[in-house]
Design a binder for this molecule. Structure first.
Ligand code: ZN
Length: 238
């Protein structure tokens, strides 16, 4: 599988490529794609795939199946294997998710620094996002404080960068993952994402270039989901 284009450049919005395969007239695999598939708690991209002199075909779902990223399109039976196409991402949706996602990193690292907790789950959304932490005590007021700390970090305008390395090298970095489940065993080629010198961790998602792009984080509340699982909900300013 070729490395997804969004891994090298999260800001790539349009590109030309070829259709590799089509299943049932509507599940399209491209030679190169920057469409982000639903994964890691981040919803899939939407957008269009257009034939030369053709009407745009809508991308309504993007998923990862084995090694392939599959794009579900509408209408069906327009795209054929070998077609040259122009692809375009719905940038408003993606960019807001990039801001939400980068905010999640900072929030997680603030809590990790303060308590040692890891993230046991989470879901990003356009309106609101949530993260579950391996915390025993339920203290909503503390979450509020961590959000304010995260806002201080955001204001520092830290630059975000990524390098590729081996799994072995990645595992030498302290705190190389903030996920309780650890690094998926099938990942050998690891992308290490750094937010200034505040945080470095393994990550295959899409991020903004600088923390200042996130804007202000807003605390929306907490929930006690049981032993070792406390949920924090947040959003970002429009
Ligand atoms: Zn990330």
């Amino acid at each position: 599988m070729s490395r997804a284009l969004y891994m090298g450049d999260s800001y790539l919005k349009e590109w030309d490529t070829k259709v590799k395969s089509v299943k049932d007239g509507k599940f399209v695999v491209l030679e190169d794609t920057a469409f982000y598939p639903t994964s890691g708690g981040q919803p899939h991209d939407e957008g269009t795939i257009t034939l030369e002199d053709g009407e745009p075909v809508k991308v309504i779902y993007v998923g990862k199946f084995g090694d392939a990223v599959s794009h579900q399109v509408e209408p069906e039976n327009v795209l054929k294997p070998g077609d040259t196409v122009h692809c375009k991402i719905d940038w408003d949706k993606r960019y807001r998710l990039m801001r939400m996602h980068t905010a999640a990193h900072i929030f997680m690292q603030v809590i990790h620094n303060a308590t040692g907790a890891l993230a046991t789950g989470g879901q990003l959304g356009l309106e609101k996002s949530r993260i579950d932490f391996s915390l025993d005590d339920y203290e909503p007021e503390k979450f509020k404080g961590y959000i304010e700390k995260a806002n201080d970090v955001i204001q520092q305008d830290l630059k975000i960068s990524a390098i590729f390395t081996t799994r072995e090298e990645a595992m030498k970095v302290p705190g190389f993952t903030k996920l309780a489940k650890g690094l998926s065993p099938d990942i050998t080629d690891v992308r290490m994402l750094s937010i200034g010198d505040f945080d470095t961790q393994a990550d295959g998602g899409t991020h903004v270039k600088s923390t200042i792009e996130i804007g202000r984080l807003i605390f929306l509340g907490a929930e006690n989901k049981g032993k070792g699982r406390k949920r924090a909900k947040y959003t970002i300013e429009p």
